[in-house]
Design a protein around this ligand. Structure first.
Ligand code: HEM
Length: 156
């Protein structure tokens, strides 16, 4: 009973943190473009504000990794769950790496390029953020699909 409650608590928590990551990232690439269009002090202020969203995304992706693995373990790990969940374990690691090693440094590079007035570096950083969030959202949607593979499989 305790393990059951624990599992569903982690399931709920990983859904909430995953949703927070997804929502925070939705406007990131668009915001990066606006920052380059606006430029100057306004652009720098917008970039700083975006940096706070990226910071929250770092936290939410790590929490999603922790809570999803906790749900997976509490639910019976590899003995209970099949290939869909095994793939999910791999994909959440990739999503975390994407956030921490593509999106976050991309945004940092955007901010420093704005500070130094290097337009080419700012444009390349914007592209890195756009690719990072695009790939991240795609991974996230595949993960959501994987959550229901067993349920749909059982219904067919
Ligand atoms: C990041 C995107 C993710 C989203 C949006 C998501 C969403 C969901 C949803 C909506 C459910 C409820 C499904 C149902 O009851 O039919 C669920 C369950 C679950 N998820 Fe995720 N999930 C994500 C990632 C992960 C990852 C990476 C794992 C790790 C393997 C994981 C492990 C689990 C487990 C163990 C359950 C409970 C399954 C059961 O015993 O019925 N999730 N998830």
């Amino acid at each position: 009973m305790t393990v059951y409650l624990l599992k569903w608590t982690f399931v709920l928590l990983h859904i909430i943190t995953a949703a927070a990551w997804f929502g925070l990232g939705l406007r990131l690439a668009g915001r990066a473009r606006t920052i380059l269009d606006v430029g100057g002090e306004r652009g720098a202020a917008l970039a700083e504000d975006g940096g706070r969203s990226v910071w929250l995304m770092n936290i939410f992706v790590v929490l999603t990794l922790v809570f999803s693995l906790a749900a997976f373990i509490a639910g019976g790990h590899f003995a209970t769950y099949g290939p869909a969940y095994h793939s999910a374990v791999t994909l959440i690691v990739l999503l975390t790496l994407d956030q921490l090693f593509v999106i976050r440094p991309g945004w940092d590079a955007l901010q420093s390029a704005l500070g130094s007035g290097d337009d080419a570096a700012a444009e390349s950083a914007r592209k890195k953020v756009a690719i990072g969030t695009g790939v991240g959202h795609l991974l996230w949607l595949i993960l959501l699909g994987l959550m229901f593979v067993d349920r749909f499989g059982a219904a067919l």
